[in-house]
Design a protein around this ligand. Structure first.
Ligand code: ATP
Ligand code: MG
Length: 363
């Protein structure tokens, strides 16, 4: 008799619509566990973000960092509110702090077109959009976010930092992801997105991309300058397989990628490190629609699927991988056959309607 492998999931709903989209995501995970068995999830809820800061003056307390860091995975909603800020005016963004604290260098942002979600691009090939953007999430142009340099009232400067250590890990991770996709019939191509012709830091990034690539002869190495890739995302995004880039370039490109597949409500993400990983939708707390039941929970539900897939990969547990596939298929079918049009696309399907359509297909 084998016993189910048990995973502790730290749940941090956060603020705004984070709270609204987390509830159905946890419901979906519980439904998958009940349906498939083979693994067991136990959830612990934690308050974190702007709401907590308002109450206690600390958005991400140290004891919470220790608690959630010891969990098997972290599932995060969205954090920060426009009217709650640190005394220096910076926004409250514990989700960014988590990436730095736990060294979550691999920001995985899949963009896959869903049938039934009206494509943004007129070209019929837009239905074939299926790429993964990997955004380095701990350094690059974000290293200066707490210490932008000001020289009097005349000059301001940020620093772009690329390290060999993080880049090597990032590229191994990226090539391996391209290999996993290749095993499932994808092209097996990894595109390095940089500005190597202008910025020495990203020329170094590209150099390490090539060095690490020598160990992955089965993966085709491809290169694109950030400006050209931005244009190609609009002209022919269906040609991409896996892309890897620096933090700020990835921040911008991932919003563009989300736009291509219907909007932020459809864009999941994972931030992966050597030991920990955070799974969360790409979107923010959307104060303009919070409390109205209009938030699209799809991004968070797909992030929960990524969490199961990662648990399956890192623990070699097929039941978890199957759970991820079950969620992906339920989401795809809900939109393909459910006649759902989310509020962000001008329709009337709110959080509950979308969640119920997905849950129905899992049961
Ligand atoms: P952040 O600074 O945290 O990235 P942001 O200000 O860029 O946040 P979001 O909170 O992501 O913005 O919202 C951007 C727009 O997208 C808003 O109009 C919001 O209503 C919409 N939006 C974001 N997430 C969703 C969702 N899940 N469902 C529907 N609309 C959403
Ligand atoms: Mg944003």
């Amino acid at each position: 008799m084998t016993t189910n492998q048990r995973f502790n999931v730290a749940v941090l709903p956060g603020d705004g619509i984070g709270l609204e989209v987390m509830e159905p995501a946890v419901e979906v995970l519980k439904a998958v566990q009940a349906k498939l068995g083979g693994f067991e999830l136990s959830f612990s809820d934690h308050e974190c973000g702007a709401g907590l800061y308002k109450k206690t003056g600390d958005a991400l307390p140290q004891d919470l960092v220790e608690k959630i860091g010891a969990a098997d995975a972290m599932l995060v909603g969205a954090m920060g509110l426009p009217d709650v800020r640190y005394p220096d005016g910076r926004e409250i963004t514990p989700q960014v702090d988590l990436r730095e604290i736990f060294g979550l260098y691999g920001g995985v942002r899949p963009a896959k077109a869903l049938k039934g979600v009206p494509p943004v691009l007129a070209d019929p090939r837009a239905a074939d959009i299926d790429f993964v953007l990997i955004r380095e999430s701990t350094e690059g142009l974000f290293v200066g976010r707490k210490k932008a340099e000001r020289i009097g009232n005349e000059i301001a400067r940020d620093t772009m930092e690329i390290t060999r250590n993080t880049s090597e890990k990032l590229f191994h991770f990226s090539y391996q992801l391209a290999q996993q996709r290749k095993a499932k019939g994808k092209p097996g191509r990894l595109t390095c997105v940089d500005k190597a012709n202008v910025l020495g830091s990203t020329a170094f990034f590209r150099q390490i991309f090539d060095e690490v690539g020598e160990q992955y002869p089965d993966i085709e190495r491809d290169y694109g300058y950030i400006d050209a890739v931005a244009m190609n995302f609009v002209k022919k995004p269906w040609t991409y397989d896996v892309l890897v880039t620096e933090n700020m370039f990835g921040d911008i490109l991932s919003d563009l990628a989300a736009g291509l597949i219907g909007g932020l409500g459809f864009a999941p993400s994972a931030d992966i490190g050597d030991r920990q990983a955070v799974f969360q939708p790409c979107h923010g707390t959307a104060p303009d629609i919070m409390g109205q039941g209009k938030a699209n929970p799809t991004a968070t539900i797909l992030s929960a699927a990524m969490m199961l897939d990662w648990l399956g990969e890192t623990h070699d547990l097929q039941a978890c991988r199957d759970g991820a596939a079950l969620i992906d298929n339920a989401v795809a079918d809900a939109f393909a056959t459910g006649g759902l049009k989310s509020f962000e696309l001008g329709g009337e399907a709110g959080t509950r309607a979308i969640a119920d359509a997905i849950l129905e297909r899992i049961a």
